[in-house]
Every structure is written in C-alpha cells, then in structure tokens.
Design a protein around this ligand. Structure first.
Ligand code: ZN
Length: 428
C-alpha cells in the first residue's frame, strides 16, 4: 500500500521534530515550543498555578514535559486521558573531563547510555547535544552540528571483523572529533560556542549526549519505509504532540494530557522518569486548581486512562524464528497493542478493548505484539505508570526494526496511524 500524502507529510514533520530533538532536553523544549505556538501557556513548577476550565498548559521538568487541555465543562472530578511516551534514546553520554585523545587524535570521553546496538554507531557523523548549567544556576541548551565519529577498524587490520565484531565498551567506543593535542583543546568550549555562545569558564555542569546527525528519510517501494535516529521513542512523542496540537476540547469529558518522561532507557527511576513523582505531582496540581477534594481526586483517577506508547518489534524476515509463530506484526500494517502475561506490558483485556475502540474511531487498523516464549520481553513506561498511579493503562506503539540502532526503521503509514489513534483517545 502506498503511503498517502498525509502520511508523507506527517513523516516529514517527524523528521524535523527528531532533528530538533537531539537530546531529551531538546525534545521537551521542542514539545513546549510547538505547543506554546498552538496557544499553550508554559508554567513554572516553583510558581503558583491557576488551572481553570478551558486551560491549555504545560510544564517542563528538565528532559520531561507534561501538557494538558482542560475542557470547558471540567469539574473537580473530571478524569484524565494521558498519552505517555519517553524523550530519551540509547547512545553515549559525555564523561567528566571529556576532552581526551591519543596518537594525534582528539577524542571524547563517553559513557554508554542505555542499551545501544554499538555496531550501528560506527562510521556515522554524530552530534553532541544537551544542557550546560552555568555559574548562576541557569541551564542553556546546546547542540553541535556533525562533530564526532566512531571509525571502524579497516577489514585489512581485522580479517575476522565479519565473523565476530565485538567492541570493547571502554577502549573502542571513544569517538574522534578532531586532530591535535587534548592538552590544548576543549570539547566544552565547542559546546559552549554551539549554544547561545556562553563563556566556557562559566560551565559548572553538563548533561550531554551523542545523536546521529543524519536527517530522517522516507524510502522503499511505495515509500513504505521511514528511517531515522531516535524513533524510540520520539515517534510516539511526536504522535502525541501532533494529536494534542489539533485537539478540540470544548465538549470533551476528560483532560487530554501528554506525558513525556526521560530516562526510560535506564529504568525510569529518576525525578523526570516515569517511576518518579512528576506526572502524579502535575495531576494533583491540576486537580487542586479545579478545587478537588481527596475523594474527587481518587474518583477522577479511577475513571482515567493512560495509553503508554513506545516502539515494539516488527517481524524481521531474516530472523522470523525470534518472533511468536502466529502473532507477527508487520511494518506498515498499523500500530501495535503490546501484550505480555508477565506484565512487562500493562495491557489487559479491558485495555485491549478500549484501545480497539479508539483505533476504530480513528479508522486505524491495529496489530498485536506478543513475545516468543524463548525470547525475553522488553518493557516500558506503561507498567510503571500503572503501578505508580493506579490508572488503567494500555501499552501500544509502532512496530519497528533495528530497535536501539543509531538509525531505526519504521513503516511510514504507521506513524500517522498512531497519531490518529492518539487523537481519538484524546477525543473520547
Ligand atoms: Zn522506548
């Protein structure tokens, strides 16, 4: 099936969103920028909030963001429809004293962040991006252009490279970014100059990650494929963002909410991760603004839903045996409903039924994902959110290949289909 003009336009917009989001901090800021342009007000966590019926508001906490639309007829016990996703992706993070090098090369000292497919990061131009915290306590975002590369050893120097490529996680993962002597170079100065041009001497701390510099692109027969870095999980963040931008709220019976968490790739147990208090705090402050007492708060939560969206595995033609023999979601055949008996995904029968209803309302075909019993199952923010808040939760996403590669592969049509399902979830 050919990708429609609308699906191609959505994929283009996603490619721009991913390019603007080389780090979780940038992703949260880009969500805020776009929603502010759509009439949302950005709130400060340290200031008093005024939340009223009709409000379109958001709050950024570092690399996480929550945004919501309170319908005009909202009351103290109006429930929430929360679309959840995560802003971080596997890769590398700058170590302290990151300007290193040997043998005439400048290198960057990096730690491995999450579980990247290390081989996929070889021979790509990489950016550095994240935040610098200055001597006055303020932080600024910064992102370089293509600056680094992890060059693979030539086949002539390792004749067995095609039999067993294994990278030493310390000695063979330090990218090059120039020529010269580390003693007379300063990687932080490069980062300072790439942002709002701050004096590098003012940098007191930094959270800086690597990002593939290449732009997302549609390709394949009938434009079936979309390749990009960070589809996990910016494809979901973007799907929810586009749905919230377009959400008409006048007569909705719930508070449409987009919750984007950081640190999913390292377990979510942080103040900006799904296991932290961020979403619960925001929900409570919205409820307090609407005048809710404790019972009204709990009644609203009991009637709320969370759709947790993260990428899942499409069947791979070269490794079909890794998948369930019957349930084999395929790129381009729609978003997936993720199911796991051991609750690595939060989906249950009620969640499955609700999800199918939202997909039907959106005119979207959904597929199912379940693991092969002999292959361990991943997990995501859904079970964590359900455990923390007690809100009914369903795990969904788009099927992809090359998960945790520097450049992942999605089905073009699925990207728009997920966003349409998110819109139907916000609408009803
Ligand atoms: Zn993910």
């Amino acid at each position: 099936m050919s990708a429609t003009a609308a699906a191609l336009a959505h994929a283009d917009d996603l490619a721009d969103f991913v390019a603007a989001s080389p780090s979780s901090f940038h992703a949260a800021a880009e969500v805020a920028r776009r929603l502010t342009a759509a009439g949302f007000t950005s709130l400060d966590e340290t200031a008093p909030w005024s939340v009223e019926p009709g409000a379109r508001q958001l709050v950024v906490r570092d690399g996480a963001v929550v945004a919501w639309i309170v319908p005009g007829g909202a009351t103290a016990d109006t429930p929430f429809h929360i679309f959840g996703a995560h802003s971080d992706s596997p890769g590398f993070k700058l170590k302290p004293q990151p300007t290193t090098g040997r043998a005439g090369w400048l290198q960057a000292g990096v730690e491995i962040y999450g579980g990247p497919l290390l081989n996929s990061w070889l021979d790509r131009e990489l950016r550095l991006a994240g935040r610098l915290v200055l001597d006055d306590g303020y932080s600024v975002l910064t992102a370089t252009g293509p600056l680094l590369r992890l060059p693979q050893l030539a086949i002539h120097l390792d004749r067995e490279a095609n039999d067993h490529l294994a990278l030493h996680k310390q000695t063979q993962t330090q990218p090059v970014w120039g020529l010269g002597n580390a003693a007379s170079a300063d990687l932080l100065a490069e980062l300072a100059a790439a942002g709002p041009d701050v004096d590098p001497a003012r940098i007191r701390g930094y959270d800086i990650v690597t990002a593939d510099a290449a732009h997302g692109a549609v390709f394949g027969k009938d434009d079936a494929f979309f390749a990009s870095g960070r589809l996990d999980d910016l494809a979901s963040v973007h799907a929810g963002l586009v749905a919230l931008e377009a959400h008409e709220h006048a007569d909705a019976s719930h508070i449409a909410t987009l919750a984007v968490f950081d640190h999913e790739e390292v377990g979510s147990g942080t103040r900006t991760g799904a296991a932290g208090p961020f979403l619960a705090d925001v929900i409570e402050r919205i409820q307090l603004g609407l005048g809710a007492d404790r019972e009204q708060q709990l009644r609203a939560l009991a009637a709320s839903w969370c759709v947790s969206s993260d990428v899942g595995h499409s069947v791979h033609p070269n490794y079909v045996e890794k998948h369930d023999p019957v349930v084999q979601p395929l790129l381009g055949s729609g978003p997936i409903l993720k199911i796991n008996a051991n609750q690595r995904y939060a989906t249950d029968a009620a969640g499955a039924a609700a999800w199918h209803g939202w997909c039907e309302a959106a005119g979207v075909t959904s597929q199912e994902f379940v693991s092969n019993n002999a292959v361990p199952c991943g997990s995501t923010i859904g079970p964590i959110t359900a455990t923390r808040l007690g809100i009914r939760t369903v795990d969904v996403g788009i099927p992809i290949l090359s998960m945790h590669s520097a450049r992942e592969l999605a089905g073009t049509a699925d990207l728009l289909a997920l966003s349409r399902a998110a819109a139907a979830f916000f609408a009803g």
